[in-house]
Write a protein that binds this ligand. Structure first.
Ligand code: MD3
Ligand code: FE
Length: 218
């Protein structure tokens, strides 16, 4: 007789919190009740500021495609990384941050133990199978007091959760549709990345992984 302790549905109970660092957690399935409203809000955002392929200052082409919304959006090109209030592709302000993004960011930050989180920047990343994000630190934000909230949708991925220098060994953490990672405080400047996304088909999002990160950048 075997006990089914870890059936799939148990792994995504809305109240499951996995601690991955002193001030970093994965909230398993936290975004599931929000998915429909998140995707509905995303459509006009991406119509206004579509995904685009960006170049790193070092001359590499990123495999994930990016967009932004909120008062500040993030871009990279041969001149460097920056937050700006105008989308260089459209020469217009970035799309407004949808209310549902703000509400979810606040709820997730609070569940992770960070009070009153009001993000002003939202990066939206899409990964097709094979796309990845190399180990990096999020350090273009003006102040590191606020946490970052990361919402994973669509195909699963493996996060690398590293230390404070690039060569530190990184834990590998699988993230699934609806999972939220929140990190701040002493873990705010950890190196992190995403291993190449495996081929697959997600019933809602097809052949892609979407990641939405909410930040206080200004
Ligand atoms: C930070 N995005 O846009 S965020 C980024 O899934 C970015 O698209 C990734 O990194 C993505 O800058 C990952 C999630 C994450 C997970 C674990 C971390 C960030 C982390 C651990 C420590 C610090
Ligand atoms: Fe990052």
């Amino acid at each position: 007789m075997t006990f089914d302790l870890f059936a799939d549905h148990d792994l995504q109970q809305p109240d499951r919190l996995d601690r991955i660092g002193e001030q970093a957690v994965v909230l398993r399935g936290f975004a599931l009740p929000w998915v429909d409203s998140l995707l509905a809000a995303l459509t006009p955002v991406l119509r206004q500021s579509p995904f685009r392929q960006m170049q790193t200052p070092g001359g590499y082409t990123m495999s994930a495609r990016l967009s932004s919304c909120g008062a500040l959006g993030w871009t990279t090109d041969h001149q460097g990384y920056r937050y700006s209030s105008v989308d260089p592709l459209t020469a217009q302000p970035w799309p407004a941050m949808p209310e549902v993004f703000l509400a979810l960011a606040e709820a997730a930050a609070s569940a992770a133990g960070f009070n009153t989180f009001v993000p002003d920047a939202c990066l939206i990343n899409t990964y097709c199978p094979g796309a990845k994000m190399s180990l990096h630190q999020d350090k273009n934000e003006r102040c590191f007091d606020a946490p970052i909230v990361s919402v994973s949708l669509g195909l699963p991925a493996v996060f690398q959760f590293g230390g404070f220098s690039r060569s530190d060994t990184a834990q590998r953490i699988s993230v699934f549709h609806g999972d939220i990672v929140v990190w701040g405080g002493v873990d705010r400047l950890r190196y992190h990345g995403v291993l190449p996304v495996k081929t697959g088909h997600h019933p809602l999002l097809g052949e892609q992984r979407l990641n939405i990160t909410l930040r206080k950048a200004g």
